[in-house]
Design a protein around this ligand. Structure first.
Ligand code: AMP
Ligand code: MG
Length: 412
């Protein structure tokens, strides 16, 4: 147990800690307010309404090729001659019905004329005057997307709680949703602590460090879709720290950084306890980021992130990001690990889930991961070099060169 800290349950594993955050947020039954936005401003937000198809998609039997609309039973044998009746382009429709032995020129995106049931690609035809030779047979509905096959009218195409990425934005545009109901963005307070930490526009003494965590955490918060609110720098002194924390609790979520380790001046947990906080965990079997704290005070959730820049970065992405998602109206989205081939053997101390700054590249069409040179959890130079993390699980032996390993791409 940490000094000055409340008695909290034992150290949790990475998975247990994530589940704890998920469960506590679910139990809080958060339902953010709703606003209506123009679709163009809704990217990254969470949908708060269900959306149904307003008509069949596609709305007609749509040709996927340039070629000729035919009756498939007319061209069962190779090199059949058909009579050309005309042409239909995207944005037009062909009035007459295609009769046996006839065909109509058709362009990609155009509706299939009645009578026809397939499209022959232009590459497999020869035209002479009003005669077209169809070199190969086609089956019924070849090169055609059937009316309503993507979504019939009335079908639920997006549900409440869906994050609006580019694909969802395109889909909403296609069903005519120029305005859309989304959840209001939460405000996330960011409160770094430490007597050695000075604002970035001030020249630090040789024994001081600039407050890099606020800007970095604000970037993570913004990329998660919430509004960052930087609250200044908390000192390692209880009274003043308490005042700033109280101010920070006006936010929907509070991210503290620093002051959560075992030191004599690590006062964050003590001050939170004085304010009546419940602590759900205060250490996690991960590296970096072991002293991570998660709890709730005065109705607001908070994370006490370790002050080391890399630890702050990793824990914010792993734990605070999915929590922010829930406050935005989304479901809890666990970090998604992918696989890559390890370039060089890595030594790993078992017992902790370890996240090592790494570069993930594609070589010969295969994902390959290699560690960046770094000096431990204070090293932002190493983090800036990385585009992800190599993830090694607690009971996994040290991975060898060529092994398929887990990686976590950086989302910001
Ligand atoms: P702490 O978690 O308070 O023990 O801090 C651990 C390390 O992170 C120390 O070397 C601090 O100087 C550094 N650190 C703490 N807060 C920040 C911050 N806001 N920006 C940059 N470095 C920090
Ligand atoms: Mg400190």
């Amino acid at each position: 147990m940490k000094q000055g800290a409340p008695s909290v349950a034992k150290m949790l594993s990475f998975e247990q800690a994530l589940s704890e955050v998920e469960a506590r947020l679910a139990a809080a039954d958060i339902s953010p307010p709703i606003e209506i936005l123009p679709l163009h401003q809704a990217h990254g937000r969470i949908l708060s309404e269900d959306v149904d198809a307003d008509r069949d998609y596609p709305p007609f039997n749509r040709s996927t090729r340039d070629g000729f609309a035919v009756r498939s039973q007319d061209v069962e044998r190779p090199n059949t001659m058909l009579t050309l009746d005309g042409e239909v382009r995207a944005g037009e429709h062909f009035e007459a019905e295609v009769q046996a032995g006839h065909c109509v020129g058709i362009m990609t995106g155009a509706p299939l004329p009645t009578g026809a049931d397939a499209v022959v690609m232009v590459e497999y035809t020869r035209t002479e005057g009003n005669k077209v030779e169809i070199e190969r047979p086609v089956i019924s509905f070849e090169n055609v997307v059937r009316k309503g096959s993507e979504a019939p009218v009335g079908k639920r195409i997006l549900s409440r709680g869906r994050r609006l990425r580019a694909g969802e934005i395109g889909l909403l545009a296609s069903v005519g949703k120029g305005h859309i109901e989304v959840y209001v963005q939460p405000r996330v307070g960011i409160l770094p602590t430490g007597d050695e930490v000075v604002p970035i526009d001030r020249k630090p003494e040789w024994y001081q460090v600039r407050n890099s965590n606020s800007a970095m955490l604000a970037a993570v918060v913004a990329s998660a879709g919430a509004i960052p609110w930087e609250i200044g720098i908390g000192p390692d002194e209880k009274k003043a720290l308490r005042k700033l924390i109280e101010q920070g609790l006006k936010a929907d979520l509070l991210l503290l950084s620093g002051g959560v380790s075992m030191g004599k001046y690590d006062l964050v947990e003590e001050v939170l306890r004085d304010l009546g906080a419940e602590f759900y965990f205060d250490s996690v079997a991960i590296r970096p980021g072991k002293p991570l704290v998660f709890g709730r005070v005065q109705g607001k959730f908070f994370f006490g992130l370790p002050g080391n820049p890399v630890s702050s970065f990793v824990t914010c992405n792993l734990f605070a990001r999915p929590a922010i998602g829930v406050l935005m109206g989304s479901k809890f989205e666990r970090p998604r690990f992918l696989r890559a081939r390890l370039e060089k053997a890595v030594r790993h101390r078992t017992g902790l889930t370890t996240f090592m700054p790494a570069r993930i590249e594609t070589r010969d069409a295969e994902p390959v991961v290699s560690l960046v040179g770094w000096q431990g959890s204070g090293d932002l130079v190493g983090v800036a070099e990385a585009n992800g993390f190599l993830v090694v699980h607690p009971d996994q032996p040290s991975p060898e060169a060529g092994d398929w390993v887990n990686v976590l791409p950086m989302l910001t």
